[in-house]
Design a binder for this molecule. Structure first.
Ligand SMILES: Nc1ncnc2c1ncn2[C@@H]1O[C@H](COP(=O)(O)OP(=O)(O)OP(=O)(O)O)[C@@H](O)[C@H]1O
Ligand SMILES: [Mg+2]
Length: 246
């Protein structure tokens, strides 16, 4: 990848679903460019499409329109295995719902990405160091169901960090954390960003986090609305439930 090439290029992206009630447009006409080392906040009301966009950019889901280039590879050209191979080691993902392996301890969950890469050196030490950094040094042998929501979220963060990914995607990474713990986690993310030039793409409702990022992508009703004059109208129109015409 050349120096000037973007780590992520999203062009005319759309995601439509078809169910019994008809076509549902989840995302429409989204363009995003993310440079190496950039930090990006994806913001917007609940249901505006943030998690869907994050999953598409990471190659966890497939688009119905447009294109995505991740780390120089066009995701539309890759099958599921190809996308998994691209992510392995290069991409970290923190799910909104954590998605820890229930039958593995906190330590084993964090070791897993290294093991999948075939790494054998200091695997446990590296995982323990990360768990200590997120404040869970005394919870190594706990299984996910024995951990609080915030603790599970921190295990998920440690798991995403442990391979020192080139791109870290995180879906509301501080959503289950108190303010002080959340700040510590965000500091850790930005230190990864500074130390290794990692690119960060974060979904967040927290304005303080969004302000620390280089760029903001604002969604409303599945469209990108930042830089558009009708931003507030669009956000307001996107209330809960059905919209009352006026
Ligand atoms: N598999 C699916 N089937 C039907 N609808 C879906 C599906 N996935 C997402 N949606 C719908 O798409 C919209 C966007 O969902 P998404 O999870 O991306 O929102 P979000 O911005 O992350 O919201 P939140 O802040 O609540 O996490 C929602 O209205 C959701 O109901
Ligand atoms: Mg979401």
């Amino acid at each position: 990848m050349s120096f000037s090439e973007n780590v992520i290029e999203v062009r005319g992206l759309g995601k439509r679903l078809h169910d019994a009630t008809g076509d549902l447009v989840i995302l429409q006409d989204i363009d995003v460019s993310v440079a190496k080392g950039e930090s990006v906040a994806i913001v917007g009301a609940s249901g505006s499409g943030k998690s869907t966009l994050l999953g598409l950019m990471a190659g966890l889901d497939t688009a119905t329109d447009g294109s995505i280039t991740l780390l120089g590879k066009s995701l539309g050209d890759l099958d599921e295995e190809g996308r998994a191979a691209l992510r392995r080691g290069a991409v970290g993902f923190v799910f909104q719902s954590f998605q820890l392996m229930p039958h593995l301890t906190a330590l084993e969950n964090v070791m897993l990405p290294l093991e999948l890469l075939g790494e054998t050196r200091h695997v446990a030490d590296r995982a323990i160091k990360l768990l200590e950094q997120v404040g869970l040094g005394s919870r190594l042998a706990h299984y996910p169901k024995q951990l609080s929501g915030g603790e599970q979220q921190r295990v998920a963060l440690a798991r995403a960090f442990v391979t020192e990914p080139a791109v870290l995607f995180a879906d509301e990474p501080t959503g289950s954390l108190d303010t002080a713990t959340g700040e510590r986690i965000i500091d850790l993310m930005f230190s990864l960003n500074k130390a290794s030039g990692a690119t960060l793409v974060l979904v967040t409702h927290d304005l303080a986090i969004a302000q620390r990022c280089d760029t903001t992508v604002q969604l409303a009703g599945g469209r990108r609305v930042d830089g558009v004059s009708a931003v507030s109208d669009a956000s307001e129109a996107r209330g809960e439930g059905t919209k009352t015409p006026h």
